[in-house]
Design a protein around this ligand. Sequence first.
Ligand code: ADP
Ligand code: MG
Length: 403
Amino acid sequence: MKTIDELLADGVSGKRVFVRADLNVPLADGTITDDGRIRAVLPTIKALADAGAKVVVASHLGRPKGAPDPAFSLLPAAERLGELLGAPVAFAQDTVGPAAHDAVDGLQPGQVAVIENLRFNPGETAKDDSERGEFADRLAALADVYVGDGFGAVHRKHASVYDLPARLPHYAGYLIATEVGVLKKLTEDVKRPYVVALGGAKVSDKLAVIDQLLGKADRLLIGGGMAYTFLKAKGYEVGISLLQEDQIPAVTEYLERAEKQGVELVLPVDVVVSREFPDLKTKAPTENTVVDADKIPADQEGLDIGPKTRELYASKLVDAATVFWNGPMGVFEHPDYAEGTKAVAQALVESDGFSVVGGGDSAAAVRTLGFDENAFGHISTGGGASLEYLEGKTLPGLAALED
Ligand code: ADP
Ligand code: MG
């Protein structure tokens, strides 16, 4: 994989460089609630601009349906990028149309333009190779060189991630290089004990990674919404908690395999339950109680790990040499159910091991709950991308930068 340093060594002054970034930031009513992904790509954009490139930044945001949709405009992200760069950033209101060409033609060396959400064009995500290829051709017309730095999207076989680099000289940006370096530490010569904490909403999203990790990790701590499918598989009643009934056979097999292979698979021993899901907008106080994991009332749902579990998980993390954490332990967006996620984050901060936080919501949780990012070994910008890497899959966006 050629990196941006080689490109800079060859000289980029006056060249149009297309940077495929991941500016897919969480927005609430048009306001960015966590700009971590924008900050993560700054070193690449700055280095290119400082070297006199004409920088064309592109990204997706959310899941618009292949047509312009103001709710998913990249404009807020472009504005924030300009603030962080401390320089004006041009914004094109289309992706490959006249506005994009005007914006790029108007760039002086060292200046930056952002084009509109790539997913406003159906070609970006098309399953059909030729449809994606056509869109990639039109994107290629905007630039002389391609720099891939949208780590959060490298697991997608999309036009700007996979097809475009084949059409231009291509290099990996600093973020991708860093992220891949970290993931290598989690897969090659892992320092032990290697402890993985998994949470989040759906167990089905994480089954493949659990499957892989059962052969790699020494301990697996399970929390979040997916814990209830595990508890149910153990024969406990889970009330109205999040449950994926169809995943019970797979989960049962994992519990057996963990036992056989001597992997410690740790489940919550107590949980915080409530009769209703909290209001994440108003964050109004809720009624809730702590119960043992085998005593969840039939009319209630588990929304966080309980205090005994927080202590248990912290004790399982304290001596770890390597930690990978993906997925919040509870509905951390509401203060009544953020304590479990805080406890795991705190344990990572206190541990001397190398700790990696992966997952869009987990990374946002760490920052919005007030933790210092620098207290962690690495906070990944990619959720699905890091999981698929750990699953051992070939990631289209990395493969495209290889050759
Ligand atoms: P990540 O983006 O870090 O990979 P996920 O997207 O898998 O994480 O899951 C994050 C979501 O899981 C959060 O919105 C959180 O509210 C939700 N969640 C966590 N615990 C529970 C629970 N017990 N019940 C329902 N949802 C939960
Ligand atoms: Mg998520």
